[in-house]
Design a protein around this ligand. Structure first.
Ligand code: FAD
Length: 464
């Protein structure tokens, strides 16, 4: 007799959500986690701590730049870095303890330690082997290094995002290698806290998967905030000197070589799936070229009864994508019909302003030869945004030219990460831009900018 119906390996947002849902559906479930706390990358060294530091540093920015204009006078706050890190750690603790509570509440057993899979139906942790009807691998990802470059990460001077969340002091000069979401969020944090920040990116644009128009505007706004961009530059070497690092890069346009010194170098060139120690080779589980576990449409690997979800499989490395897959896979394992709509997964950058998108970009529609129309509305025309010093940016909705069905949306502006969800819901229901435009939106809210962009897909926005 199996001890468990399901053992989940990894307690990140994919794994812990899957374990809770499986238990709710009546499966006897355990979750193995090698880390000391639950919550995975996201809660311990990812989404949550980075957002805590973004929040704190944004408050400082507001105090320095906007308080006086609003008649709030007095000494500008000084940064107590140690306390800021304590605040961040408290936030992590509250969240990871919350998952512990949810495991107890839902009767999910937490098996502490690193798991291997000796055979289908068996999971070994330390000296104990557990029998289980099903296994769900949710082992996540780890930071990747700079492709083709000579870089040694010591997590002190040359750091990944994990080291960047616990620096002993705020660096005078930080070089960020990679202008993706993680590099820009953490670069923003340190820029607001006073660091000189230079972002070096191989491609000629920042956040390369973003709609071009949004990406260009985003770069301009971050540039105004003092982030310095070196684009089209291939980093070849990062040397660690005693208390500094030297970064060597070549500009692709003229092949000229340059060096720059930094107190801290943040390597933010992406993440790769983490499958170390699981014993996948011996089981015959297939990996893609990029190291992701290959699954079928129901998240089952080549081996019956072994499933995989989250960062360790294909698709965007996002916590909410992992969560959705976790819930759906648990439902499939319980004999129900789990489903993830991969066409409607939002992505958000939590800088100020925020950037959020869902669905197709304009470039993708052009490439697909799809006839579309664009409705755009600038936050400068939104009363609430103007009052809150948040007039930078716009909402852009892309709709099918013939049917008006919403195909994608891209927002750069205040609360973009929240606003995007009304468009996600609309897309899930197959709504047209007109459906959004006909929906009454409360005044004065940022969401009126979404409605105005939807109106602009038709007869025109009112406040443009
Ligand atoms: P993970 O969260 O990586 O969890 C996997 C867990 O499995 C780990 O805890 C690991 O210890 C454990 N594990 C691995 N192997 C074993 C084993 N053999 N035995 C036992 N345990 C094992 N995403 C967003 O959507 N929004 C954000 O704002 C965001 N911000 C981020 C900021 C940073 C700095 C970083 C690094 C990432 C961020 N992400 C964000 C990405 C997000 O963290 C990941 O997409 C998400 O955590 C993936 O979830 P997962 O469950 O697949 O894996």
């Amino acid at each position: 007799m199996s001890q468990y119906d399901l053992i989940v390996i990894g307690a990140g947002p994919g794994g812990y959500v899957a374990a809770i849902r499986a238990a709710q559906l009546g499966l006897k479930t355990a979750c193995v986690e090698g880390r000391d706390t639950l919550g995975g990358t996201c809660l311990n060294v990812g989404c949550i701590p980075s957002k805590a530091l973004l929040h704190a540093s944004h408050q400082l920015h507001e105090a320095e730049h906007n308080f006086e204009t609003m008649g709030l006078k007095g000494a500008t706050p000084k940064v107590d870095w140690k306390q800021m890190l304590t605040y961040k750690d408290d936030v992590i603790g509250q969240n990871t303890k919350g998952i512990e509570f949810l495991f107890k509440k839902n009767k999910v057993d937490w098996i502490k330690g690193w798991a291997t899979i000796p055979a289908a139906g068996k999971v070994t942790v330390g000296d104990t082997t557990y029998d289980t009807k099903n296994i769900l691998i949710a082992s996540g990802s780890e930071a990747a290094s700079v492709p083709g470059a000579d870089v040694t990460i010591d997590e002190k001077i040359v750091v990944t995002s994990t080291g960047a969340l616990t620096l002993p002091k705020i660096p005078k000069k930080m070089v960020v290698i990679g202008a993706g979401v993680i590099g820009l969020e953490l670069g923003s944090v340190y820029r607001r806290l006073g660091s000189e920040v230079q972002v070096i990116e191989y491609l000629d644009k920042i956040t390369p998967t973003m709609d071009n128009e949004v990406s260009r505007n985003f770069q301009r706004i971050l540039g105004k905030q003092g982030l310095d961009f070196t684009l089209g530059a291939a980093v070849s070497k990062v040397e660690t000197l005693k208390t500094k690092a030297k970064v060597t890069y070549t500009l692709r346009k003229d092949n000229s070589e340059h060096t720059v010194d930094a107190d801290v170098v943040l390597v933010a060139t992406g993440r790769r799936p983490y499958t170390n120690g699981l014993g996948l080779d011996a089981l015959g589980i297939e990996l893609s070229k990029g190291g992701q576990i290959v699954t079928d449409a129901h998240w089952q690997t080549k081996v019956k009864g072994i499933y995989a979800i989250g960062d360790v499989i294909a698709g965007p490395m996002l916590a909410h994508k992992a969560e959705d897959e976790g819930m759906a896979a648990a439902e499939v394992i319980a004999g129900k019909h789990g489903h993830v709509n991969y066409g409607v997964i939002p992505s958000v950058v939590y800088t100020w302003p925020e950037v959020a998108s869902v669905g197709a970009t304009e470039e993708q529609l052009k490439e697909a030869g799809q006839a579309y129309k664009v409705g755009k509305f600038a936050f400068m025309g939104n009363g609430r945004a103007k009052a809150n010093f948040a007039g930078d940016g716009f909402v852009k909705i892309l709709a099918d030219k013939a049917t008006d069905r919403i195909l994608g949306a891209h927002i750069i502006g205040p609360a973009a990460g929240d606003l995007i969800h009304e468009i996600c819901v609309a897309m899930e229901f197959g709504a047209s831009a007109e459906d959004l435009a006909l929906t009454c939106h409360a005044h004065p809210t940022y969401s009126e900018a979404v409605r105005e962009a939807a109106l602009a897909c038709g007869d025109g926005a009112i406040h443009a």
